[in-house]
Each structure stands twice: as structure tokens, then as C-alpha cells.
Design a protein around this ligand. Structure first.
Ligand code: SF4
Length: 232
């Protein structure tokens, strides 16, 4: 079994509980206009790893994980390589390491369901609370993401909902109240995080010679972020 890896971040603190060993996979089924990692979209340029090689690398950092930390798979879209991620998580379970998925939640099939059986936490990037915004700016239906969330609820997997706040698109009271409703309807969701839209990824688009669709959208100010967080 081979995994196609974009990059490994040995010790991170933003991709799940505690200190994380985060593996960014190559390949994505979506084309979000706000994407920060366009360099992960294609499989080309991937580094190949076996599950055992990931575990070997990870164990060098184990002492930093403490009670909460562990491994996170991000992307790209980790659900596209769910058989590989399953193998890694299975090995992690055998040695008592916490497992976490950072996903857009747009894929649900038998392999993904099997992967969820060895997943301790999911960070679900719910990009908007409107189907038309999803169709226009992400490239999938919001309902496929809600179906994925239903599966998380069915399996009672602790879930963090994450949303990037993008001025003119989802920086509204209406959106936050809908997000709150989604949380209330899914008790597996124990945390909601609002993250400010940032344009630091512009350099990646420039380097790739493609245009960043949201280059004209301003970053949200702190006052807006505070107001929306307060609503939650
Ligand atoms: S799902 Fe993630 S990696 Fe894929 S296009 Fe959207 S933001 Fe980018």
C-alpha cells in the first residue's frame, strides 16, 4: 500500500488536539475558490510512503504528543486515499496514538466508512451553509458534506466544525446562526472554529501561473471575527 504525500509537518499545533504530526496528502476532488493549497490538487510531484514508513517517522516525535496529541491527515483530500490512511491509523491504534482527519467531507463510500472506524476526531471544513455557495465556490453540493456529517454522528466521532470566514460570502449573522443550528443538530460536534480568510497563498498561485479566484476579496477585520465568534 502506497500513500501519495505532499508534505509532512512533524510538530504542529493547529491541526487537531495537542501536538500533531500532520501528513498533507496529494490529490483533491474539489476546486475551492478559497483554496490555500493549490499545490496539492494534482498527484504529480508526490512523495511515496508506505504506512510502515509513516509510523517509523512518527515514532521519532512520539514523546511530544502527550495525552492529547497524535497524527492528523490533511490535504488535498485525505478521503481520496482512505485505504492508505486506514492502514496508518490501524497501526497507530495498535501503539496507542490518537488519530485525526482534516477533511472537506465530500466523499462517502465503504472505504471511508471503514476509515472512520479507526478515527478519533474529525476536523470538518464546512465552507458555507448554503448549497448555492457550495456549488458556485467549492464544486460539490453542501448536502454531500451534510451526509458525511450524518455518518460522523452515526459513529459518534468527536467533530470540530471549521469555517473560513470570507467577507461578502459568509461573514453574516445568518450564516453563523445556520452553522450553530448544524452543530445543535449533531451532538458529535463539540467545537466550532471560525478562521479568518487569508491571502498568503497568493504566492503559490503566482508560482503555478494560475489566478487566485478570491484575490480581490479583502481579509476580514478582527471586529468582524469577534462579532461572529460572539454569535456562536
Ligand atoms: S478541499 Fe481543501 S485542498 Fe481541496 S480545493 Fe478545497 S480547500 Fe483546496
Amino acid at each position: 500500500m502506497i500513500g501519495y504525500i505532499h508534505q509532512i509537518q512533524s510538530l504542529g499545533t493547529v491541526d487537531g488536539p495537542g501536538v500533531r504530526f500532520t501528513v498533507f496528502l496529494k490529490g483533491c476532488n474539489l476546486k475551492c475558490k478559497c483554496c490555500h493549497n493549490p499545490d496539492t490538487w494534482e498527484l504529480s510531484g508526490a512523495t511515496e510512503y508506505t504506512p510502515e514508513q509513516i509510523i517509523e517517522k512518527l515514532t521519532n516525535y512520539r514523546e511530544y504528543f502527550g495525552d492529547e496529541g497524535g497524527i492528523t491527515f490533511s490535504g488535498g483530500e485525505p478521503l481520496l486515499q482512505s485505504d492508505f490512511v486506514y492502514e496508518v491509523f490501524q497501526l497507530c491504534k495498535e501503539i496507542g496514538i490518537n488519530t485525526c482527519l482534516d477533511t472537506s467531507g465530500s466523499v462517502i463510500n465503504d472505504s471511508v466508512k471503514k476509515l472512520l472506524s479507526v478515527t478519533d476526531r474529525v476536523l470538518l471544513d464546512i465552507k458555507y451553509t448554503s448549497d448555492s455557495l457550495y456549488l458556485d465556490n467549492v464544486g460539490c453540493s453542501m448536502y454531500s458534506v451534510l451526509d458525511f456529517l450524518k455518518e460522523l454522528q452515526k459513529n459518534n466521532i468527536p467533530t470540530t466544525l471549521r469555517q473560513v470566514i470570507i467577507p461578502t460570502l459568509n461573514d453574516t449573522k445568518e450564516n453563523i446562526l445556520k452553522l450553530k443550528k448544524i452543530k445543535e443538530n449533531h451532538p458529535c460536534v463539540d467545537t466550532v472554529e471560525l478562521l479568518p480568510f487569508r491571502k498568503i497563498c497568493q504566492v503559490k498561485y503566482d508560482k503555478m501561473g494560475i489566478s487566485f479566484p478570491f484575490s480581490d476579496i479583502p481579509e476580514p477585520d478582527q471586529k468582524t471575527m469577534d462579532f461572529l465568534s460572539e454569535l456562536l
